[in-house]
Design a protein around this ligand. Structure first.
Ligand code: PEP
Ligand code: MN
Length: 335
């Protein structure tokens, strides 16, 4: 829309778009007002809409994803959670905690140690998507209660995974960020439901998903009404066997070219090896990631899932200390 266009004029255009069966979404910004239109292109005549009052320009978005695209929104999306601004270009967000919630004592011990080093976002899976049915499946609702209780005690925000729409409400009331795991990145029904809630969603890249498929998965959430999506590069499956996954860090600067959404890196699942987590965290900071999610367990050897890749709180503290200079070098502060 032309600058200074009133809401009334924009509303008139919105009504006309709706009458044509299209779905307009108004973003009323400080500098510019944009109406994003989704629907059958044949109902949209560029010439007609360009002739209407208030319209500056009508553009077709050519990429298959639209709302997540920079073509539609230049300014970075900032997700505010627990006093932290993820994606604001000044913050390097740190999410840490065990792979799975195992007990009250385990969560208390890790939350206490993380709080002492300034971490404010606590991860821990209560519903675990395990490869085999005989592996530990998570404490489910009991696990949600434990992580929420401990996080409240330490004033931390909860990041936990949803694997099933049936538990979405419970997960939303027990968390600040809802995680969609790699195995569910293309669970479109789940993505649509996540579009209906306003909770920030941490969307992890699927095991064999392309970057375009990741962005299209995010598009599902945005197009159903939830703009609060954080992308996560967690490695993809390749022929390489020395690492658990191949951590594709080029995703970070590429996503920054294509999308306004924040993107963080998971070097724990990305490598599956303790010794590689620190170097990959440093690389993630250097290539422009908005944060990391790292698995930390009070006693990794005894962990009920992902034992080989979890750091002790002490090892994690060391990692953060060693990464600090790089965080400063890219003009950010750790949150
Ligand atoms: C996890 O975060 O514990 C997890 C299962 O990750 P991913 O979905 O990336 O494998
Ligand atoms: Mn894990």
């Amino acid at each position: 829309m032309k600058s200074g266009t009133s809401k009334r004029v924009a509303q008139k255009i919105i009504e006309e778009l709706k009458s044509k069966g299209l779905s307009p979404l108004l973003s009323f910004g400080v500098e510019r007002t944009v109406i994003n239109v989704i629907g059958e292109e044949r109902f949209l005549s560029v010439e007609h809409f360009e002739s209407l009052e208030g319209v500056e320009k009508v553009m077709r978005v050519v990429s298959p994803y639209k709302l997540v695209s920079k073509e539609i929104k230049e300014s970075p999306t900032i997700i505010k959670v627990n006093g932290i601004k993820i994606g604001d270009q000044k913050t390097f967000a740190v999410i840490a905690g065990p792979c799975s919630v195992e007990s009250e004592e385990q969560m208390e011990s890790v939350a206490k140690a993380l709080t002492a080093i300034g971490v404010k976002l606590l991860r821990g899976g209560a519903f675990k998507p395990r490869t085999g049915p005989y592996a530990f499946q998570g404490l489910e609702l009991e696990g949600l209660n434990i992580i929420k209780h401990i996080a409240d005690k330490y004033k931390m925000g909860v990041v936990t995974e949803v694997t099933d729409i049936r538990f979405l409400d419970e997960i939303c009331t027990h968390s600040e960020i809802v995680q969609v795991g790699a195995r569910n990145m293309q669970n479109f029904q789940l993505l649509k439901e996540l579009g209906k809630v306003k909770k920030p969603v941490l969307l992890k890249r699927g095991l064999s998903a392309t970057i375009e498929e990741l962005l299209l998965a995010a598009e599902y959430i945005l197009s159903h009404g939830n703009p609060n999506v954080i992308l996560c590069e967690r490695g993809i499956r390749t022929f390489e066997k020395e690492t658990r996954n191949t951590l594709a860090l080029a995703t970070v600067p590429l996503v920054k070219e294509l999308s306004h959404l924040p993107i963080i890196v998971d070097p724990s699942h990305g490598t599956g090896k303790k010794s590689l987590i620190e170097p990959m965290t440093k690389a993630a900071i250097a290539c422009g990631a908005d944060g990391v999610i790292i698995e930390v367990h009070p006693n990794p050897k005894e962990a009920l899932s992902d034992a080989q890749q979890q750091l002790t709180p002490k090892e994690f503290q060391e990692l953060l200390k060693n990464s600090d200079a790089i965080i400063k070098a890219v003009g950010k502060t750790m949150q």
